[in-house]
Design a protein around this ligand. Structure first.
Ligand code: SAM
Ligand code: SF4
Length: 342
């Protein structure tokens, strides 16, 4: 029977009506952050979820256990807000690191962070069982970094990236959101940086998920333009593309690779294998989903794993074909990036 009409009930997988199978779960563990990146959060006035409404570590682990043990999830990425601002993150990591797929395989466990506390935490998190990190960095110039993040923390983030490499959180990926007129002149500098440090830089197209609502199509630097600017200096060849959002390119001289995430100009919705859980326990089948499924309330009123698995399957079954950024019928989700978990 083709996967497209397998409801997932028999296979234990999360299959949608287009035959896509969810394998990767992004869990936001907080909507709070110690930065205020212009493309994500407003300078002031962000309203945060009250702590009592956040999932506890034990609740997160219960759901993660269900997703991995009964619903086919093989990799978990923790994100936020800024996940490292939540207390004792290593405790959550060590609980999640014990999860195994029904076939007895460990899951792949990674973290997306702004890197500001990695120089203190990288070793501890690696020891707790974290496999990999993605660190966000949008400028290599201290004044511009401070203007974008509204925090003077470039040195901390650079030290954090080095600490992640030293702790063996390989491959360390550095995420740069490229915004027209703001940091596009640093694309080649980032390529130099990645080659020098042995980290994979991934350039992300600016998406309409900024809390300030300042996004417009002319601020998006297309992935194709990013690749050609780098290839003029360091020749590149494309690598095979899997389910991951990044299109990867290898330097022909063997000095590593880069990735570009063309969410706006070439959406990869057809290959999407991701689902998401917000910090307050809402399940989303897409970063741009306008509907969500509350898992916290049924969990707190004592519903069984079988009940939760049933409503999750139903929600995935109804997953849409994809978002429509840049089209007239695009509907912006009510949550911004830090509230969803990027
Ligand atoms: N605080 C962590 C960080 O910055 O890496 C994790 C959460 S952050 C929301 C996750 C990713 O989303 C980061 O790589 C960030 O650069 C990216 N991001 C945030 N707002 C974005 C936007 N409007 N368009 C594209 N990427 C965005
Ligand atoms: Fe914080 Fe990450 Fe959003 Fe920047 S991108 S404000 S670091 S959540």
């Amino acid at each position: 029977m083709p996967a497209a009409i397998d409801s997932g009930q028999e296979s234990g997988l999360l299959v949608d009506s287009f035959g896509r199978v969810a394998r990767d779960l992004r869990i936001s563990i907080t909507d709070r952050c110690n930065f205020r990146c212009t493309y994500c959060m407003p300078r002031e006035g962000m309203e945060f979820v009250p702590r009592s409404e956040l999932l506890s570590y034990e609740e997160i682990v219960r759901l993660a256990h269900l997703f991995v043990g009964g619903l086919g999830i093989e990799s978990i990425r923790l994100t936020g807000g800024e996940p490292t601002v939540r207390r004792d993150l290593h405790r959550l990591i060590s609980m999640l690191a014990e999860l195994q797929t029904p076939g007895g395989e460990p899951i792949e466990l990674s973290l997306t962070t702004n890197g500001s506390s990695l120089s203190r935490q990288a070793e501890l998190l690696a020891q707790a069982g974290l496999h990999r990190v993605n660190v966000s960095l949008d400028s290599l110039r201290a004044d511009r970094f401070a203007a974008i993040t509204r925090r003077d923390a470039l040195a901390d983030v650079l030290a954090g990236i080095d600490a992640a490499v030293a702790a063996g959180l390989h491959p360390v990926k550095v995420n740069a959101v490229v915004v027209r007129g703001e940091n596009e002149d640093e694309i080649v500098d980032f390529a130099h940086y990645g080659r020098d440090r042995g980290v994979q830089v991934r350039f992300i197209e600016f998406m309409p998920l900024d809390a300030a609502g300042g996004w417009s199509l002319d601020k998006v630097v297309p992935a194709e333009e990013i690749v050609s600017r780098i290839a003029e200096v360091f020749p590149l060849e494309p690598l095979e593309h899997g389910a991951e959002p990044a299109s990867r390119y290898r330097y022909l001289d063997g000095a590593g690779e880069i990735g570009v995430i063309p969410s706006v100009t070439k959406p990869f919705c057809g290959d999407c294998d991701r689902v998401r859980l917000t910090a307050e326990g809402q399940f989303l089948t897409c970063l741009f989903a306008v509907d969500d499924l509350d898992l916290r309330s049924p969990m707190r009123r004592g519903e069984s794993d079988a009940f939760l698995a049933g409503i999750i399957r139903q929600s995935v079954g109804a997953k849409w074909a994809g978002h429509r950024i840049g089209r007239v019928d695009f509907v912006r989700p009510r949550r911004s990036m830090s509230q969803i978990g990027g």
